[in-house]
Design a protein around this ligand. Structure first.
Ligand SMILES: *[C@@H]1O[C@H](CO)[C@@H](O)[C@H](O)[C@H]1NC(C)=O
Ligand SMILES: *[C@@H]1O[C@H](CO)[C@@H](O)[C@H](O)[C@H]1NC(C)=O
Length: 313
């Protein structure tokens, strides 16, 4: 009896299966005949037209009735996602934000949405589709615009700093040049007042025997009374004579200077007087004074007598 039941159930099952198969092939035939593809929004899963799985899911088994839902499984949270309705049997793998390429997570991957990456701080990406970020440039000469996630730092140009530098260098060079020319000029035309005695001894040797009378006034103006007294005293004028001139012109120091110089010049005579005057002032270490007097006389000689100037040089 038992085997009869077994056979019966087998037969029954077989007939059911056969039924469903025949029904399926009948449907498939219908779809093929009337509509070879599934209607809009449905997909062909085996013999049937199925609905897609929801976002966040993947298809596990096709539907078993036309227009029905397939069996769907959720995507693995944090690893996979499916952002649209789909009938794919695989979820998509979540993207990985590669720190090596300057990326970091903006939003984590969910079952329905892929990871969103952004540039790490101090990285930027200006490509329309960003696959990696580049490190922001660091500026040596100051920042014009800060780095953003979509644009690199904009630096001040070194050139602009050079412009600033030139503002200092050019006047500096100009000053040096002027100083150089001035010193050269002084070396050529005058004795440096601070330079050694060798120069100061040499120069008066070239001085012509000019008539100093016409310059006494100028010389007196350049010198103080004490300087004049010291000079005449050292150049052979007696204290008696100095005192006499002083007493004759007690209130007039300018006159004293002029008379002292005139007396000295008369006593000395024209020959070598100019040289003696300059030499004497240099011996008194009044180099600048000697230079001034020489300059006055030299200028006068040059103005009036070009030939004399040539001799001097
Ligand atoms: C399903 O996903 C596949 C890729 O996995 C894609 O080609 C297809 O367009 C998607 N279909 C729908 C309906 O989103
Ligand atoms: C993403 O998830 C991780 C843990 O999985 C968490 O540490 C991190 O803060 C999350 N990031 C964001 C941007 O939500």
């Amino acid at each position: 009896m038992l085997w009869i039941w077994a056979v019966l159930s087998l037969v029954l099952a077989g007939s059911q299966e056969a039924d469903s198969i025949s029904e399926g092939s009948k449907l498939r035939r219908n779809v093929r005949e009337t509509e070879p593809n599934c209607p809009e929004g449905l997909y062909r899963g085996g013999q049937f037209c199925c609905q897609p799985c929801q976002p966040g899911e993947r298809k596990y088994l096709d539907c078993t009735t036309n227009g029905d839902k397939p069996r769907c499984f959720p995507c693995k949270e944090g690893k996979e996602y499916m952002d649209k309705e789909n009938y794919s049997d695989k979820c998509r793998r979540c993207a990985f934000c590669d720190g090596e390429h300057g990326l970091e997570v903006e939003t984590n991957c969910t079952q329905t949405q892929n990871t969103k990456c952004k540039c790490k701080s101090n990285f930027y990406c200006n490509a329309p589709v960003c696959e990696h970020c580049d490190p922001c440039v660091s500026c040596e000469h100051g920042i014009l615009e800060r780095c953003t996630s979509t644009s690199n730092t904009k630096c001040k140009q070194e050139r602009s700093r050079n412009h600033l530098l030139w503002l200092f260098i050019i006047p500096g060079l100009a000053i040096l040049l002027v100083a150089f020319v001035y010193i050269k000029h002084r070396r050529e035309h005058h004795v440096d007042p601070e330079s050694g005695t060798a120069n100061s001894e040499d120069m008066p040797m070239n001085l012509p025997d000019v008539d100093l009378r016409q310059y006494i006034l100028n010389i007196a103006e350049e010198m103080s009374l004490d300087q004049v007294k010291t000079f005449v005293r050292k150049n052979g004028m007696s204290e008696v004579m100095i005192d006499e001139i002083k007493n004759d012109n007690l209130q007039h120091t300018a006159e004293q200077k002029i008379q002292l110089l005139q007396w000295w010049y008369q006593a000395h005579g024209r020959k070598d007087a100019y040289r003696t005057l300059i030499k004497g002032l240099r011996r008194m270490k009044r180099y600048a004074l000697a230079d001034r007097i020489q300059a006055i006389i030299q200028a006068d000689i040059e103005n009036t007598n070009a030939d004399t100037r040539n001799e001097n040089e």
